[in-house]
Structure formats: structure tokens, C-alpha cells
Write a protein that binds this ligand. Structure first.
Ligand code: PLP
Length: 452
């Protein structure tokens, strides 16, 4: 068989496939890149060109492509059981994932409900918190408080509790009405103001919303510390501390969407740990399987679980399901991933890598077209701005990020800026030379994108 060529595959793809989050017409000029294999931080196309995966294949990959431990565990599982209905039936991999997550997550999150992707986990958390209050005899608590600039996924419930205009506004007529509180995102702080002071100050808006609406609110949903899809905007843990206290005081549940920031991304296993808080529901996905297979989990507390535990005929049960709930292959990938955390000093190694990354990106803060350089652990972002001092943004129609994307691809690095923000979210197996390459290529791309 003749070997496959990039151009043939790209042509065939564009005849039949409709890609996610893409204006397909862009591909009249933008090459589609077929990938034949992956190894560690590298992706390789059909003609041997390699790309450094600086964004962990959309934030999912933790320990590299073709990781030997995860590969082996999935192969082993494949010979035993590929899938089984998860209502009335169970299996060792799912039980063990739930047991391990109970130990790893903040104390008290003792129940694990599985779903198969991040958006589905958010739907589960939204329905579960609403239903909890109904079962508790408070059916008037139906609404949700969400943060400005937040992102929780693309299905209608998840889209409704998110706030990224680009993804949401068109579908507004289809979405439930939510209460949106301005974000604590620290990009808006005054010169000289600390992240902590700004986040604390912004909390007054949340407190006001809770005072006004608590009686009709089921839950507040937040992305702890980093609003990833919302241009990698970041805030201080104090906001979460204040939020936990206020949710308790106002009798509102707290949902932490750790889908992107969980599993060591921000420097601790879960971002909530930096605030010393435990949410009432925690959504996990993305890195849960090391980036291998779709799987998500909603962890919650015993009191919430108990509110559903009743006579069948009272119809208090959580009758939510997905065909692939608790898929054994995905659970096996999750187990291998959690075993790596248990047996290797991942978090410590990440701290060293994060320090190196921080040193490498620091000079970009002086770039004349960079408004801010920010970082939380293994997420670092460089925000391009038309005016450095006022932080006036570039018009989105200019698509500056796309210039960076194209440049990086030419240089063999996969960067995928969100709007005007170039960011790094590499797999944890990245080394110092690879970090250096990533940042060097980003700098060239930023120069090119902002040189007019
Ligand atoms: C990616 C993401 C989701 C959605 O997960 P999918 O698996 O893409 O549906 C939800 N919340 C956050 C914070 C995310 O980053």
C-alpha cells in the first residue's frame, strides 16, 4: 500500500468531516493537519513533520502521548471487558476510580456520579443541585449564579451557565436565564493593586447577588482560579474562600468546575485546595484519563446523595444516564493516570517546571504589544494588546492569534491562542528545552502578529 500523504488526507477530510469550533471556510487557506502518531509531547504528521503539543491536545493530555503505563492498562482492560451497562451492573475499574477520587479530592466528596465528557458533567451538576433543593422541600431554588467570562461547556445547560459571548450569544433564545456576576479576573485591576486585593474587592458583587437572590438560587458555579476558555483569565484563591463562606451563609450550593484546572494544572492536585475549600459538587474530566478517552465525574457529598435516597415511588431518584456511563476502558485509563500521580512526584516536578516556565516568559512582559503575562502553575498566558498601558485590546476581527497559530505550526509547535491570548498548557512530561522552544516560537509569533 502506498504511504498516505498529508495532502491527500487533508483533501479527503475536508470533503466529509465537519470539525469542532471551526469556521470550515478557513481551511480554504489554512492547512488541515493529519496526525499519524504521537509520542510524549510530540505529534507527527504523515510525512514525518513533528509538532510540540504545547496545549496538551485541548488541555486533556497530562503524561504525554502513547504513555507506556496508560497504554498497558488499557490493553489489559480491553482483553477483559470493553463495556457494560452501568445501571444494575458495575466493575472493578469504575469502583476503584471512585474510591481513589474520594481520597484525592477535598474531604467530604464521597460520592461519584460518572458521565462521559465535561459538558455532561456540568449538566449533571446543574440538574443534581436543582433536584436536591426540590427533594429538600425548597422547589423555589431553581436558578444559578455564574461568573462573567466563565465557560462550562457547549451543551445547552452548560452553555447557559457559561458566559463566553462568542459561544453563547447566538443560542441565547434556547438557554435558561441565569444570574451573572462580574468576574474576579485580575486583568482589570488597577496598576499596583494586588491580585488578592482585586479579587477580594470583586467579591462584593457576588455578595450582593447572593443577598438579593439566594432564596431562588440552587447553586453558584465557578471555574476555580483560571477561566481557561475565557482567555485564560485568572484570579486569587481568596475569592473562593469568601465564596465558600457566603454560599454556606446563604444556603446555596457551590459547584466547582475543575474540568480544566483539576489534576495538578494550577500547582496543586485541585485548584480548590489553594483556597482550602470543599465545594458541594466538583466536576472532573479532561485530564482524568490522561487525555486518552472521554470520561467525567461529578463528586458530591453524603448529605446531597441522601436527599435522593428514598422510596422509588416518591420519584426523588436522579434518573439521569448516558449510554457510556462508567465505560471500563476509560476507567482503566483513569486508573493508570491516578496511579502515576500516586507513584511519581508529579506535583513537585510540575512546580519546578512552572518555575522554569515563569522565568522563560517573564521577558515577554516588556514586549510593547503585551498587556500582561500571567500564570497559575502549568498554565501560562501572554495577552497581546493594542495599547500596552491602557490594555486596549486588538479588534477580534483582526485575528492576531491566528497569525501566532500559523507561525508556530511552521516552526513545529502547536499553540492555539484564544482570542488575543497566547497560552501554554503543556503535558507534564515536557522538559526544559521543550519549554524554551515553545516560548521562543511564541515570542516570534507575537512579534509577527503585532508588528504593524
Ligand atoms: C472543556 C471544559 C468543559 C467542557 O468539557 P467537554 O468535555 O469539552 O464537554 C467544561 N468546563 C470547563 C472549565 C472546561 O474547560
Amino acid at each position: 500500500m502506498p504511504s498516505l500523504r498529508n495532502s491527500d488526507l487533508a483533501r479527503r477530510d475536508l470533503q466529509v468531516v465537519w470539525h469542532p469550533c471551526t469556521q470550515m471556510r478557513d481551511h480554504e487557506t489554512l492547512p488541515m493537519i493529519p496526525i499519524r502518531n504521537g509520542q510524549g509531547v510530540w505529534l507527527e504528521d504523515y510525512e514525518g513533520k513533528r509538532y510540540l503539543d504545547a496545549i496538551s491536545s485541548w488541555w486533556v493530555n497530562l503524561f504525554g502521548h502513547a504513555n507506556p503505563r496508560i497504554n498497558a492498562r488499557i490493553r489489559e482492560q480491553l482483553e477483559q471487558l470493553e463495556h457494560v451497562i452501568f445501571a444494575g451492573f458495575t466493575h472493578q475499574p469504575a469502583i476503584e476510580v471512585a474510591e481513589r477520587l474520594r481520597v484525592l479530592t477535598p474531604s467530604g466528596l464521597s460520592r461519584c456520579f460518572f458521565a462521559d465528557n465535561g459538558s455532561a458533567a456540568v449538566e449533571v451538576a446543574v440538574k443534581m443541585s436543582f433536584h436536591y433543593w426540590r427533594n429538600m422541600g425548597q422547589p423555589q431554588k431553581q436558578r444559578f449564579i455564574t461568573l462573567g467570562n466563565s465557560y462550562h461547556g457547549e451543551t445547552l445547560g452548560a452553555l447557559a451557565v457559561g458566559n463566553v459571548e462568542l459561544y453563547k450569544s447566538i443560542y441565547q433564545p434556547l438557554l435558561m436565564d441565569v444570574i451573572t456576576v462580574p468576574s474576579p479576573d485580575c486583568y482589570g485591576r488597577e496598576a499596583g493593586e494586588t491580585w488578592e486585593a482585586y479579587s477580594r474587592h470583586r467579591f462584593t458583587l457576588m455578595e450582593e447577588a447572593l443577598e438579593r437572590h439566594a432564596g431562588e438560587v440552587a447553586a453558584v458555579i465557578v471555574e476555580p482560579l483560571v477561566q481557561c476558555a475565557g482567555n485564560m483569565r485568572m484570579y486569587h484563591p481568596v475569592y473562593l474562600e469568601l465564596l465558600r463562606e457566603a454560599c454556606d451563609r446563604h444556603q446555596v450550593l457551590l459547584i466547582a468546575d475543575e474540568i480544566a484546572v483539576g489534576f495538578g494544572r494550577t500547582g496543586t492536585m485541585f485548584a480548590c485546595e489553594q483556597a482550602g475549600i470543599r465545594p458541594d459538587l466538583m466536576c472532573l474530566s479532561k485530564g482524568l484519563t490522561g487525555g486518552y478517552l472521554p470520561l467525567s465525574a461529578v463528586l458530591t457529598t453524603e448529605p446531597i446523595y441522601q436527599a435522593f435516597y428514598d422510596e422509588y415511588t416518591r420519584l426523588n431518584a436522579f434518573l439521569h444516564s448516558h449510554s457510556y456511563t462508567g465505560n471500563p476502558l476509560a476507567c482503566a485509563a483513569a486508573l493508570a493516570t491516578l496511579e502515576i500521580f500516586a507513584t511519581e512526584p508529579v506535583i513537585e516536578r510540575n512546580r519546578t517546571l512552572a518555575r522554569t516556565l515563569s522565568e522563560l516568559i517573564a521577558p515577554l512582559a516588556d514586549h510593547p504589544r503585551v498587556g500582561e503575562v500571567r500564570q497559575h502553575g502549568m498554565i501560562a498566558a501572554v495577552e497581546m494588546a493594542r495599547d500596552k498601558r491602557s490594555r486596549e485590546p486588538f479588534d477580534w476581527r483582526e485575528r492576531r492569534g491566528l497569525t501566532v497559530y500559523r507561525h508556530a505550526l511552521e516552526r513545529g509547535v502547536l499553540l492555539r491562542p484564544v482570542g488575543n491570548v497566547v497560552y501554554f498548557m503543556p503535558p507534564y512530561v515536557v522538559d526544559e528545552d521543550q519549554l524554551r522552544l515553545m516560548v521562543e516560537v511564541a515570542r516570534e509569533g507575537i512579534d509577527k502578529a503585532t508588528c504593524d
